[in-house]
Ligand binder design. Structure first.
Ligand code: NDP
Ligand code: 2IT
Length: 449
């Protein structure tokens, strides 16, 4: 074992002891610590200041009960959190997730990732995440509204446009953000850019809906170009059919790539000839308006096959874009992708690959981009929404898209600067190092706080 590995082991042992039963949080920290430990060991001033130890302890976590009433008059109580992890670079910023699988560990891992993602965007944003174990599936409009109002009745005292600015994530889209924003205004009697992802009529930014998926494809194009390839004609396998997946698919189609899969939590569809506009429109309506299952696509279209209970990673592709959820792509899936000669994996979701999968990609030289780089377009446009709200202006689609493309290019440049070795870029190390260094420098400058 090398000195670096011993230090990493020692650090991770301490973190696990301090945060028992938080596997996802351990996984996210280990991924960052593995990349930055050699740098950390060489920088005595940062070590003495215990920057890594301090950066893995959240500033605070707010935990609260959300009581609400069903349409039948039954009382329900859910648990909600806001993890305010680090605000060295700006006000806390990060989404809210509503899903029955949400635990404190999930939100700590997501808030931790968000610190470095936000750092990479170059915009002044700290890292946070929140959410609840509430399941929006099967709930009526009014039930979702009452839940959002009850949640905001507590959350409003912990957020603010210069304090903490939540947004959407799994289970939280424009509908939920509007209910949350409406209740915030009722309680505070003032309009401010306290949430992002708002509707266009209520101060939202153009392109925010599309930003994560579009940004992921812009980034992917840079990755391929950097290594002598292009996106046109490539087979792209996407998982998920939510906000990120839908707009990744749309932009990939615009770039003339062939989108061969999409999925949801029940199964996946394979479209060997590549997704067409009519498929995309059907899927968008199915997921956004009818909240149905993806299997319906196979009933509606010839040339679309549905595989119940399966993940898309065993189908042939050149590029994989996991856009559903954490740890959705495991070691076996990674081996199947490598077997088909996958060139690049660009994460639209946060930490969608398991440790084993990441190791398989590393061993086989697959260009593996962590979400904190490739999915940063969403929070970047959230940052632009904050600027527009503060200035009381609204920019055109063209202007925001232009800024988004420029930010994704800058993030790619940073990954190359910090991660290029022998003509190939290690995006995992590049993103982690570039994101970490900026936060670490800010923390060192602030002294012992
Ligand atoms: P949505 O709620 O819009 O969509 C989530 C999609 O993932 C749905 O297709 C859902 O299927 C599927 N899914 C959810 N849980 C599972 C699971 N356990 N197994 C398989 N599939 C699952 O969320 P988003 O598109 O907003 O988020 C997707 C990912 O992208 C998340 O990791 C999120 O953190 C990340 N992300 C989101 C950003 C944003 O701006 N929204 C920004 C950056 C990252 P079903 O329809 O069956 O529920
Ligand atoms: O994971 C993420 O970056 C998001 N869910 C978006 C966060 C935001 O504040 O727009």
């Amino acid at each position: 074992m090398s000195g670096y590995e011993r230090e990493l082991e020692h650090f991770m042992d301490g973190l696990r002891k301090l945060n028992p039963h938080e596997d996802e949080f351990h996984q996210a920290v280990e991924e960052v610590a593995s990349s930055v430990m050699p740098w950390y060991l060489q920088h005595e001033d940062f070590r003495k200041a215990q920057i890594l130890e301090r950066l893995t302890e959240p500033d605070r976590i707010v935990i609260f009960r959300v009581s609400w009433e069903t349409d039948h008059g039954e009382i329900r109580a859910n648990r909600a959190w806001r993890v305010q992890f680090n605000h060295s670079l700006g006000p806390y910023k990060g989404g809210m997730r509503f899903d029955p699988s949400v635990t404190q560990s999930t939100l700590k891992f997501l808030a931790f990732e968000q610190i470095f993602k936000n750092s990479l965007t170059g915009l002044p944003m700290g890292g946070a995440k929140g959410g609840s174990n509430f399941n929006p599936k099967g709930k009526s409009e009014r039930e979702v509204m009452r839940f959002c109002q009850s949640l905001m009745t507590e959350l409003h005292r912990h957020i603010g446009e210069d304090v903490d600015v939540p947004a959407g994530d799994i289970g939280v889209g424009a509908r939920e953000i509007s209910y949350l924003f409406g209740q915030y205004m009722r309680l505070e009697n003032r309009w401010s850019g306290v949430l992002t992802g708002k509707g266009l009529a209520s101060g939202g930014s153009a392109i925010r809906t599309e930003a994560t998926g579009y940004g992921c494809v812009y980034f992917c194009e840079h990755v391929l170009n950097e290594h002598g390839e292009g996106l046109e004609g490539k087979l792209v396998s996407i998982s998920g059919s939510g906000n990120v997946a839908l707009y990744a698919a749309q932009k990939a189609m615009i770039k003339r790539a062939k989108v061969v899969t999409m999925s949801d939590s029940a199964g996946f569809v394979w479209i060997p000839a590549g997704m067409q506009q009519e498929h995309w429109e059907f899927l968008k309506d199915l997921k956004e308006n009818r909240r149905g299952r993806i299997g319906e696509m196979a009933d509606r279209f010839d040339g679309v096959d549905y595989y119940d209970g399966k993940k898309p990673w065993h189908v042939e592709c050149d590029v994989a874009m996991p856009c559903a959820t954490q740890n959705e792509l495991d070691g076996e899936d990674a081996k199947a992708l490598v077997g088909h000669g996958v060139l690049a994996v660009c994460e639209g979701a946060n930490m969608p690959t398991t440790r084993e999968a990441a190791e398989v990609f590393r061993k086989h030289g697959v260009l593996h981009v962590p979400g904190k780089a490739s999915n940063a377009g969403g929070v970047a446009v959230s940052g632009l929404e904050q600027s527009q709200n503060a200035m009381r202006v609204s920019w055109s689609r063209e202007k925001v898209d232009h800024r988004l493309q420029a930010i994704m290019t800058e993030i790619h440049d940073r990954c190359v600067e910090f991660g290029k070795r022998n003509g190939r870029v290690n995006y995992m190390d590049g993103a982690n190092l570039a994101g970490f260094e900026k936060v670490a420098k800010a923390m060192l400058a602030y002294g012992v706080v």
